[in-house]
Design a protein. Structure first.
Length: 296
């Protein structure tokens, strides 16, 4: 069922707990403030939104993304393409994959708030992406486990399970160590919702022995990746997918062999995650101030 907002923006839910397809929006053109507000409201409510058949070059994608917030640099580790400082190319021919559950860049003090990925090349078969709602996953926790999660602090690192699984040039990726300590449960800065902040960069729980911490992270993670919390998207060229990185986790399925797959991603500067007790996250290693400096 498609619901029309007063601005004429169409919203069709994709799954029970996450995802919506947006119609009536051409991201390549200047948009009225009311339309942008409708898009943002849909993003915050559904955590993931998809706009089909968007014809975007770098400049038009940047212009649209800026309506959602200030842009980060393309990546805190990788260099951006010349003349396109906000761009991160997700190109399988460069060894770029993301086939491990993760929330983007949680190993820095200020992970991105939102991410916008525009599909340029898709394989003939495979290459879907799955997103999970970490807010509804938090609500699904048994009360005792929820109370425990509210008190936990977790260390995230670029030297991680995610890196082991997905990065071809691992030595380059961890040549500079980045670590941050974040609450296991963050409070969303706009909606006030609580969500689990975990994923493949999560390495240890503060105050627990290594094995016990990893076991506890695994238990919490299993609630996030239950099918009930997820939506699976089959890409088409021109799809613009936007997700709330403050309340989601995702997994790009690597089932397309040597076929090319490429998307262009922009990210919006995020806040330092804040826990239920009001304590913010903090950087433990590595300087990413230029990445989220708001100068793009």
């Amino acid at each position: 069922m498609t619901v029309l907002s007063p601005t004429g923006v169409g919203i069709t839910r994709l799954a029970g707990n996450i995802g919506a397809e947006i119609t009536g929006v051409d991201a390549s053109r200047p948009l009225e403030a009311e339309v942008v507000a409708s898009v943002r409201a849909a993003l915050l409510r559904h955590k993931l939104i998809v706009l089909r058949d968007q014809e975007l070059d770098y400049d038009s994608q940047v212009a649209f993304a800026r309506r959602l917030g200030d842009l980060t640099l393309g990546h805190p580790i990788y260099d951006a393409p010349k003349g396109r400082p906000a761009l991160r190319e997700m190109d399988s021919r460069q060894g770029t994959r993301a086939n491990h559950w993760h929330t983007d860049l949680t190993f820095i003090e200020r992970p991105p708030a939102f991410a916008l990925l525009h599909s340029k090349i898709i394989p003939p078969v495979g290459g879907d992406t799955i997103w999970a709602n970490t807010a509804s996953a938090y609500q699904s926790l048994p009360q005792e486990l929820r109370d425990l999660a509210d008190r936990l602090r977790i260390v995230h690192s670029n030297d991680s399970d995610y890196t082991d699984d997905t990065v071809a040039a691992r030595g380059d990726y961890i040549s500079v160590r980045y670590e941050a300590e974040h609450p296991a449960v963050r409070v969303h800065p706009e909606t006030g919702e609580r969500s689990l902040l975990l994923g493949g960069f999560a390495r240890s729980v503060v105050g627990l022995p290594p094995q016990a911490g990893r076991d506890l992270i695994r238990v919490l993670q299993e609630y996030v990746t239950k099918p009930e919390q997820t939506v699976r998207w089959k890409w088409r060229v021109g799809d613009l997918v936007i997700w709330d990185n403050q309340a989601t986790m995702h997994y790009a399925i690597y089932d397309y062999g040597d076929e090319p797959r490429r998307g262009e991603r922009l990210t919006i500067i995020g806040d330092v995650p804040v826990g239920v007790d009001g304590r913010p996250g903090r950087a433990l290693a590595g300087d990413t101030s230029a990445y989220s400096g708001g100068t793009v």
